[in-house]
Write a protein that binds this ligand. Structure first.
Ligand code: 0PR
Length: 399
């Protein structure tokens, strides 16, 4: 740090320079975040100093948080949920599992069972909470194999996890079956709807995944993904109040006597941003956003099918994974030649596209055109390679 302070003009110019290196979202097809709604940004700015880590000082923001929880509860079929706004899916998942473990303190070597398709936050959970995270295999359509889940349950199992909108493929596990399994075995069921929570309630096809299923004990849902709020905005909701007690620690010198969150200091600005955008959009507004993302997803699906590319699964939500050979190479070429950011999946290998609200019809068409171009190049160089292999055998002689 330099000795003397810099004037705002100079500081600002270094900020502008840094910002110019960040990618704008327009050509980003790999992200689950997007531009926050302008109303969320306004509200966020209004509450920039608010700290929910000591919410006795910020009663107004605390009341907004309770209203957000009630709105989320309504969306997820629970008229009285318990929970709080987190920093995102990772924190919500950690805290859901931490509550399960604290509720089952007599189990000495606890485990949870998650689908093999679970987000990597569950690997962090294994590391932080020192529990066994058992991975159940997925079937060919990439939903968890419930028979395998059942076979993994033992006397040390404290809970199950189901995913409503998997990170890589946007698939939804059979949460109603998991709900029955959880009830039959008297264990918890956490649903990771970090992405799908703001999509599934608004798609035309009814997909059961929430508190309407009696075995679901907690849900993670992220306003900073499809909820159009500012970062960091996640939420963790429990069906029962006692789960919050399993998270509490005493906080003698705060205005509140205990804290149930993972972080101490916590953004009240995110709370206000989330409240404002949910109030402003209502179910109708989210429906329009999801409708538009799904139409663009189907437009993209149509375009890629026309060039002979198929999705790994028919898209359930606004995520498409395309079956291609050499996904890594295609990803690189799309970025270097055309500036598109896509991600890849490992199993099965594919290029993965998330159609967020920042996508436009013009960009979907441009992307499809550029993808066709890259696929032809890759195909051409693949053909050349195999031609060379045909002409020369392993010893370098002509065959
Ligand atoms: N659960 C699911 C199903 C998720 O997809 C994610 C994030 C999480 C939990 C964790 O959420 P937080 O990252 O909010 O803690 N999935 C993406 C990922 O990490 C998020 C993401 C966002 C990735 C923007 C890239 C990006 O540019 O893979």
């Amino acid at each position: 740090m330099q000795e003397h302070g810099q004037n705002w003009k100079d500081v600002k110019s270094s900020l502008i320079q840094a910002k110019s290196k960040d990618l704008p979202y327009e050509k980003v097809l790999s992200s689950m975040c997007t531009y926050p709604h302008p109303i969320a940004i306004e509200a966020h700015k209004m509450f920039i100093e608010s700290n929910m880590g000591d919410y006795g000082l910020f009663i107004g923001t605390y009341e907004l948080e309770q209203k957000v929880l009630a709105m989320l509860g309504d969306l997820l079929h629970n008229s009285h949920p318990y929970g709080y706004l987190t920093t995102g899916g990772t924190e919500s998942n950690i805290q859901a599992v931490r509550a399960m473990l604290n509720a089952c303190k007599s189990i000495r070597n606890p485990n949870i069972i998650v689908p093999a398709s679970a987000h990597f936050s569950f690997d962090k959970i294994a590391d932080i909470l020192k529990i066994n995270v058992l991975k159940a295999r997925v079937l060919s359509d990439l939903v968890v194999d419930t028979e395998h889940v059942i076979s993994l349950i033992d006397q040390n199992t404290v809970g199950l996890v189901g995913i409503a909108g998997s990170t890589e493929f946007g698939q939804v596990d059979p949460i109603s079956d998991l709900s029955k399994i959880a009830i039959d075995n008297s264990i918890f069921l956490h649903v990771d709807a970090a992405f799908g929570g703001f999509v599934l309630p608004f798609v035309s096809q009814h997909v059961p995944f929430d508190f309407s299923l009696p075995g679901v004990t907690s849900i993670a849902i992220d306003p900073h993904k499809m909820g159009m709020s500012t970062i960091p905005s996640g939420a963790l909701l429990f069906r029962e109040e006692k789960m919050m007690d399993f998270l509490r620690v005493d906080t003698p010198y705060l205005t509140i006597s205990s804290q149930f969150t993972l972080t101490g200091t916590r953004s009240g600005a995110s709370v206000a941003g989330t409240y404002a955008v949910m109030k402003h959009l209502g179910k109708e507004g989210y429906c329009q956003i999801v409708d538009r993302c799904m139409s663009l997803t189907h437009l993209l699906l149509n375009e890629v099918r026309n060039i002979g590319v198929n999705p790994v699964i028919d898209p359930v939500m606004n995520i498409i994974a395309l079956s291609v050979s050499q996904p890594k190479k295609i990803r690189k070429e799309l970025a270097t030649q055309f500036g598109w950011q896509v991600s890849i999946t490992k199993q099965p290998p594919s290029i993965r596209l998330v159609i967020m609200p920042h996508m436009t019809e013009a960009n979907i068409l441009a992307f499809s055109r550029d993808l066709k171009h890259v696929l032809e190049q890759v195909q051409f160089s693949e053909n050349n390679e195999s031609e060379k292999d045909r002409i020369f055998d392993g010893t370098g002689n002509m065959s």
